[in-house]
Design a protein around this ligand. Structure first.
Ligand SMILES: *[C@@H]1O[C@H](CO)[C@@H](O)[C@H](O)[C@H]1NC(C)=O
Ligand SMILES: *[C@@H]1O[C@H](CO)[C@@H](O)[C@H](O)[C@H]1NC(C)=O
Ligand SMILES: *[C@@H]1O[C@H](CO)[C@@H](O)[C@H](O)[C@H]1NC(C)=O
Ligand SMILES: *[C@@H]1O[C@H](CO)[C@@H](O)[C@H](O)[C@H]1NC(C)=O
Ligand SMILES: *[C@@H]1O[C@H](CO)[C@@H](O)[C@H](O)[C@H]1NC(C)=O
Length: 947
């Protein structure tokens, strides 16, 4: 069928479709206009009938658009006033689109039916429009983690249906508005359960009028602002309160609150203020679990009796609160107690933990007090910190608890569900059910928790179970959830990493993805165990769907009266699309033929004498390899990957090799195997791991590589291998691996894209020369097109966002991954660390006007061992160019090599500024090896001198 016929048919179809379109024309026009200011809308947003079911994320009722959910779609652009022309809209969720910016249009106030508005985790700025107060149906207003500034609009006080008010983590200023004769205020929100106003720049006092007995608040979060004045005693009128966070402000004066009425109170944070007067009395508050009043200026007092009387208390945090006198042992025997932190006080006398201490007690921190004796023999063996007490000086502080800063175990990670985890070969992650897949990854930021023993698995197990319950009972496509890396952040929020795996295939489609990221911010979606307070979720910036979108043809549908010129354009788009699809299908057929017998072209002969010999790469028999690995004994295993196991072997003659043996049913097929042999046999470069031989018989596929003694770069950076990498060494490793890659891109014939560059694929030999490994996923670069279209593979965190979106692989995709490695070298952090992408972390921390670009805090401490950090800024500049979002803005690998050479030279690392072309000429592998050794030796000498 030729293209003409296809277009003709499409015209016919579309005309039928046009007549059948169900979307209200005004709604269509409005949404099209909104869309025209966005990039990366779902690829299927091309029909003229959003309600017809083809526009992902759109729901309608009676031809009118009622719901827009595009959470985490990688949208970029602005939200225009056209959004106000969707009068029936009830649900607008654009959360987790970091690329959405600009101001929130006042026209949003026209959405009189809006019930749910979530813009969490976008980049909106400017003031929150006062028209927001017209959305009187609103139940949930979630604007957390944007860049809104200006004041809180008093009109929010008109939202009498509002249950959830969340404006945390913005740049809001001014005072908290309360009503007067002429203006509404937040005090009118008597149906609201949640005031989440933390992490802003609010000033002034907390207005006493804000709270009254008519209110039904359960959470009041005003933490991390600049509020001053005293805590209004009207707060005690809100009997429903369960959580109060007023910490990290400048509140002063005595706390005149009577807590006895707040019988539901579970968590109280008053820390880091300037509160004075007597320490607040919490006697009889039997639901209180977590109390932190640290760093205030309370009157000096001895330990109040209520410390030991709270039946539910898990965490008592009272640093620097002027406590004095003897510590009663009853404080350690509170039934649920996990942490007693009373450091930097003036506690004296004898410390006696007693024999009755609570079974869950994990941490006792009494550093910097005046304790003179320690009654030992209680048997308490968990974390105990006594440094800075006279008692320690006396005994010469040889005891652990006097010297070392002990840290309790606070790690957790969901274990495999009765199955064996294996490393997944590409960017996939192994799920708790041991399936390799592409999960949704992000961080849940809990604004409060009722416990402090972060290493206690039972909390996370019940959280995970209740989340699974909710997903499954709502028939979401979720296979499993992994929780890991709990950590208290600088705001005392518990950050917990989450990975959600899909049940359908290995990755989410847009609908599934958006559904789940959206619900992860829906407060009622699942019943949290009571130990977890409210949270917000942020998505990792991993570009699941981001990048330029070829099918979002800006402007085509703008204004969209359904005129004929538009129809023609639409058809053209559709025609091109169909044409591309057909070409994809053709390629797929060729691929299928190739798959059937990948070795056909090798002219294989069963007799051992005529085994294929390629470019000096040896063909081993199964018996030979079996023998040299001691019958593939477990003791010889040096690695396990998605492909299979890697064994250490010693060939007759003593050469040590690494043998990669494909496991039965391995995901990598014969094609990859053959590709890898062909590629590796052709490339020889001192910064590439070279292939010694291979074996394919008896259903076995094995590759035999030179053995690289010092393991992966990742192991060295993480300190696992015990190798110290100072700045100079890191610079050299970057240069080595850049050279290896540049060789693949620019000198191999045909050029090769590695496409899985990551720190576990960079190996270090005994001279610490870096070598790029693992070509199992490599693809030849077809120069006629300049890119390779292929199923997306790669590793989360290292993956080029543009590649992910377009599925077109170019050498610039490797440049992106290499840039990530450069940042890893500088920071020592994983590409995804506490749920945030290293690129984002560095970009945000960077300030070019400051020394070392202000990166001190995120630099790997080990980097400065023994030398200066000369050239580090330029190195970071280069890394940031490598991770530019658009590949056109990234340098080529050859350029990267040159720049690193310059940086090294200017930094005085006077070594080995050898041209790419000379190193590329070592085609004979033996000669290459000897040259390698020679030049590395001189380099190492230089390094010894430098350190
Ligand atoms: C009433 O409150 C509004 C907003 O908070 C403020 O601008 C105005 O000055 C107040 N009016 C009076 C009479 O206090
Ligand atoms: C509480 O509500 C009642 C009735 O709606 C009202 O009369 C009263 O003034 C309110 N009290 C406060 C303190 O706002
Ligand atoms: C401990 O401190 C209290 C209050 O400062 C003081 O009265 C008492 O004498 C001290 N006890 C000892 C043993 O130093
Ligand atoms: C996308 O995923 C959802 C949820 O699993 C599923 O219902 C839907 O059929 C999928 N859509 C497509 C186009 O595959
Ligand atoms: C939030 O979750 C609840 C409970 O599952 C559900 O009824 C509600 O529709 C959800 N809200 C949105 C906006 O999806």
């Amino acid at each position: 069928m030729d293209l003409g016929k296809q277009i003709f048919l499409l015209i016919m179809c579309l005309q039928v479709f046009l007549i059948a379109a169900v979307t209200d024309p005004q709604d269509f026009a409005a949404l099209s206009a909104v869309k025209s200011n966005w990039q990366n809308t779902p690829p299927n947003w091309i029909s003229i009938d959003p309600c017809g079911g083809s526009w992902e994320g759109i729901q309608c009722s009676n031809s009118r658009i009622t719901s827009i959910v595009l959470s985490g779609m990688g949208l970029t652009g602005t939200l225009t006033a056209d959004i106000g022309n969707l009068p029936k809209l009830q649900n607008l969720d654009l959360s987790q689109n970091m690329g959405l910016t600009g101001t929130l249009p006042p026209a949003i106030g026209n959405l009189k039916n809006l019930v749910y508005l979530s813009l969490v985790g976008c980049s909106f700025l400017g003031p929150i429009p006062n028209t927001i107060g017209s959305l009187t149906q609103l139940i949930s207003l979630s604007l957390a983690s944007n860049k809104f500034n200006g004041e809180i609009p008093p009109s929010i006080g008109n939202l009498l249906n509002l249950y959830w008010l969340d404006i945390t983590d913005n740049k809001l200023t001014g005072t908290i508005p309360v009503s007067n004769e002429t203006s509404p205020g937040l005090d009118l929100l008597v149906n609201t359960g949640h005031f989440h106003l933390g992490q802003n720049q609010l000033t002034g006092t907390i207005p006493p009028k804000l709270f009254s007995s008519n209110m039904t608040l359960i959470h009041v979060l005003l933490d991390s602002n600049q509020l001053s004045g005293s805590i209004p005693s009207s707060l005690e009128l809100v009997r429903s309160l369960e959580l109060i966070r007023l910490d990290r402000n400048s509140l002063n004066g005595p706390v005149l609150l009577d807590f006895t009425g707040l019988t539901n109170l579970s968590q109280l944070y008053l820390s880091n203020n300037k509160l004075t007067g007597p320490m607040p009395d919490l006697s009889g508050m039997n639901l209180v679990t977590y109390v932190d009043m640290s760093n205030n200026s309370f009157d000096a007092s001895s330990i109040p009796p209520w410390f030991s009387s709270l039946q539910s208390l898990t965490s008592l945090i009272m640093e620097r609160t002027q406590l004095q006198g003897q510590i009663p042992d009853s404080i350690f025997s509170v039934a649920q107690i996990q942490s007693v932190v009373l450091s930097n006080n003036e506690l004296n006398g004898t410390l006696d933990i007693g024999n009755n201490y609570g079974a869950q007690l994990e941490v006792i921190d009494l550093q910097n007090n005046s304790i003179t004796e320690f009654a030992q023999g209680s048997g308490y063996s968990k974390t105990l910190m006594l440094k800075g007490n006279p008692f320690c000086a006396k005994i010469g502080s040889t005891e652990n608890y006097c010297s070392l800063l002990q840290q309790p175990n606070t790690s957790y990670s969901t274990p495999p569900n009765n199955c064996v985890q294996h490393d997944c070969n590409s960017d996939q992650i192994s799920s708790p059910n041991c399936k390799c897949a592409y999960p949704i990854t992000g961080t849940m930021h809990f604004r409060s928790i009722s416990f402090s023993d972060l290493g206690n698995a039972s909390y996370y197990i019940s959280l995970q179970a209740s989340m699974m319950d909710a997903f499954q009972s709502n028939q979401f496509p979720v296979d499993s959830i992994a929780l890991s890396d709990p950590i208290m952040d600088e705001y005392d929020y518990l950050d917990l990493r989450i990975e959600v795996f899909t049940s359908n295939s290995d990755s989410f489609n847009r609908t599934g993805f958006s559904m789940i990221t959206s619900q992860l911010n829906n407060l009622t979606f699942f019943q949290r165990p009571s130990s977890f307070g409210p949270f917000y979720f942020t998505l990792d910036n991993n570009g699941y769907f981001s990048g330029p979108n070829k099918s979002s043809n800006k402007g085509i549908i703008i204004g969209a009266a359904i005129g004929s010129s538009i129809l023609v354009l639409l058809l053209l788009v559709a025609g091109i699309y169909a044409f591309k699809q057909r070409r994809k299908a053709d390629t797929a057929t060729e691929e299928a033929i190739r798959l059937r017998d990948p070795f056909a072209s090798w002219d294989r002969n069963e007799s051992a004498g005529s085994r294929p010999q390629i470019n000096g790469v040896r063909c081993f028999t199964f018996e030979e390899l079996k023998k040299c690995t001691n019958n593939f004994s477990d003791a010889n295993i040096i690695g396990i990957g998605g492909y299979g196991k890697v064994y250490r072997g010693i060939l007759t003659g003593g050469k040590v090799v690494a043998i990669k043996r494909a496991q039965q049913g391995s995901l990598q097929g014969n094609v990859e195997f053959k590709t890898e042999i062909e590629l590796l046999s052709r490339v020889h470069h001192k910064n590439l791991v070279s292939l010694v031989g291979f074996c394919y018989e008896l259903d076995e596929q094995m590759l035999v590589y030179e053995h690289i003694s010092n393991g992966t770069l990742k192991d060295s950076i993480s300190g696992k291998s015990g190798i110290q990498l100072g700045w100079a060494r890191r610079l050299r490793i970057a240069l080595d691996s850049a050279r290896g890659l540049a060789y693949l891109h620019e000198l191999a014939n045909p050029p090769i894209i590695h496409r899985d560059i990551k720190s576990t694929n960079i190996l270090l030999d005994d001279q610490l020369t870096a070598k790029v490994a693992d070509f199992g996923l490599s693809k030849l670069l077809d120069h006629t097109e300049g890119h390779v279209s292929t199923q997306v593979k790669g590793t989360m965190g290292y993956m080029d966002p543009e590649y992910f979106m377009t599925q077109q692989l170019t050498d610039k995709s490797d440049v992106y991954s290499f840039g990530v490695i450069m940042l890893e070298l500088v920071t020592g952090r994983n590409p995804i660390h506490h749920g945030r992408h290293i690129v984002t972390v560095v970009r945000m921390a960077m300030d070019k006007t400051k020394d070392l670009y202000n990166l001190h805090e995120i630099l790997d401490p080990a980097i400065s061992v023994g030398n200066t950090l000369k050239g580090l800024e330029k190195f970071v500049d280069l890394a940031i160019r490598c991770v530019e979002e658009w590949r056109a803005n990234r340098p080529a690998m050859g350029e990267v090599v040159k720049e690193i050479e310059n940086i090294a030279e200017q930094a005085g690392l006077d070594y080995d500024v050898e041209m790419l072309s000379t190193s590329a000429s070592h085609y004979d592998s033996n000669e290459g090896t000897s040259l390698t050794t020679k030049s590395s030796l001189s380099t190492v000498e230089v390094f010894h001198i430098l350190r």
